[in-house]
Design a protein around this ligand. Structure first.
Ligand code: AKG
Length: 266
């Protein structure tokens, strides 16, 4: 399975509509090069551009949804389209990740559970999701997580119990805490014996420089590829069978004593 992570630059001087069109073109260009394409968190607006959350909020099937559905179909890829500011029918805002299949059909929608910002920004402007979500990518069911979720290992364990063999962490992680990003991405891979596809942004907006350094980690914790700090596309070939091999050769997941016991065979 060929996977491309698109580490998009999210700079303030590029209008949202222009970035949306540019990213759709980048996705289309993955045709024949990747089977699965992954985008970062809130790339249309910028994860820290709080002043754009209200004006750029989109309904469930808004402009980013439509552009990404069409791009996935044109490219014939599975597409984790990163996340958007979703305005729900009751007026609340969510940080919502969208996943499409290769005909452009929606296959998963994940509302970020752990909101970032403590007493400001996303944490006060957005409502939390309350559902664990996996995307049914063939051979590699993917558990979905967004940025700050990476700090909450119980979310990932829950996704393993739901059948995830890999995780997408779509993020807009700040440069100041880049070491945490890399360390926690590897930790989530090692403790769950699963692939981690961690896709962040480049550039800077609202005074927050982005970390970049998107990475793909295998179920043993090895970093298969890592980006630098600029806009970049990482393409890696994964072997989904590595997950079962790792779990059989080093069956630590079977030794769990606390929480939900693993389903048979995992
Ligand atoms: O946990 C962190 O250090 C960064 C989280 C974050 O930036 C986010 O969730 O938007």
């Amino acid at each position: 399975m060929r996977v491309s992570l698109l580490q998009i630059a999210v700079d303030q001087d590029e209008p949202v509509a222009a970035r949306r069109a540019r990213v759709a073109t980048l996705v289309r260009a993955r045709r024949g090069v990747a089977d699965l394409v992954v985008l970062p968190e809130l790339w249309p607006v910028g994860a820290f551009a709080y002043d754009l959350f209200e004006p750029e909020a989109e309904p469930a099937e808004g402009p980013t949804y439509r552009a990404m559905s069409e791009a996935a179909a044109d490219a014939g890829v599975w597409l984790h389209a990163g996340s958007v500011v979703e305005r729900a029918p009751d007026g609340r805002l969510y940080n919502t990740a969208l996943v499409f299949g290769p005909s452009g059909e929606p296959v998963a929608r994940y509302r970020k559970i752990h909101r970032f910002g403590f007493d400001k920004g996303e944490a006060v402007m957005m409502a939390p999701g309350d559902e664990l979500v996996t995307a049914p990518v063939p051979d590699l069911p993917l558990g979905l997580a967004t940025c700050y979720d990476l700090r909450f290992p119980e979310l990932f364990r829950g996704l393993v119990d739901a059948g995830a063999l890999g995780f997408v962490v779509s993020a807009g992680w700040p440069a100041r805490r880049r070491e945490h990003w890399t360390l926690l991405s590897r930790a989530r891979a090692v403790e769950n014996q699963a692939y981690v596809l961690a896709c962040g942004t480049a550039g800077g907006h609202a005074g927050v420089e982005q970390a970049g350094h998107s990475l793909v980690v295998d179920p043993w914790g090895e970093v298969l590829a890592e980006a630098g700090t600029g806009e970049e596309i990482l393409t890696v070939t994964l072997d989904p069978a590595r997950v079962a091999e790792t779990r059989e050769q080093f069956p630590a997941l079977k030794d769990r004593l606390l929480g939900t016991p693993p389903p048979p065979g995992r």
